[in-house]
Design a binder for this molecule. Structure first.
Ligand code: 5GP
Ligand code: ZN
Length: 115
C-alpha cells in the first residue's frame, strides 16, 4: 500500500513515536502547528472518516482513547487540547490515512480558524 502513514506504522519511514499498541500508533507531527502536535492513527488503513464503516466503531474508540492518553502524557490533561480530524479537500486533508491531530500547549485559536 503506497500510503505514508502505513509506512510510518510499519517503520519503513521513521517517526518520533509517542504511543503504540496492537491497534493504534501515535507520533509527533513533522511540522508542528502548536507546542504539542501529535498524530494518532489506527494501524489499519482507513483513508478518511468518509471511508470508516460500522465495524470500525471499536477501533475509532481506541484511537480516541489513545488521543486522550498521549495528550495526558504530554502534560495537556488539565490545560486542555484540541483533537482535529480533517476529511477531504475543503478541510485540507493531505494524507489519506485517517489521523487525529492532538494540539495543545498554548491557548488555541477559535475553532473556525482557517489555518
Ligand atoms: P492533514 O492535513 O492530512 O490532516 O495532516 C497531515 C499531517 O501530516 C500534517 O500536519 C503534516 O505536517 C503531517 N505529516 C506529513 N508528512 C509527514 C511525515 O512524513 N512525518 C510526520 N511525522 N508527519 C507528517
Ligand atoms: Zn495507510
Amino acid at each position: 500500500m503506497d500510503c505514508l502513514f502505513c509506512k510510518i506504522v510499519e517503520g519503513s519511514i521513521p517517526s518520533r513515536k509517542v504511543y503504540e499498541d496492537e491497534y493504534v500508533y501515535a507520533f509527533e507531527d513533522i511540522q508542528p502547528q502548536a507546542p504539542v502536535h501529535l498524530l494518532v492513527v489506527p494501524k489499519k488503513h482507513i483513508a478518511s472518516l468518509n471511508e470508516a464503516a460500522p465495524e470500525d466503531a471499536e477501533l475509532l474508540g481506541r484511537v480516541a482513547l489513545a488521543a486522550q492518553r498521549v495528550a495526558r502524557e504530554a502534560g495537556l490533561g488539565d490545560s486542555g487540547y484540541r483533537v482535529i480530524n480533517n476529511v477531504g479537500k475543503d478541510a485540507g486533508q493531505v494524507v489519506f490515512h485517517i489521523h487525529f491531530h492532538v494540539l495543545g500547549g498554548e491557548k488555541l485559536g477559535p475553532l473556525n480558524a482557517k489555518n
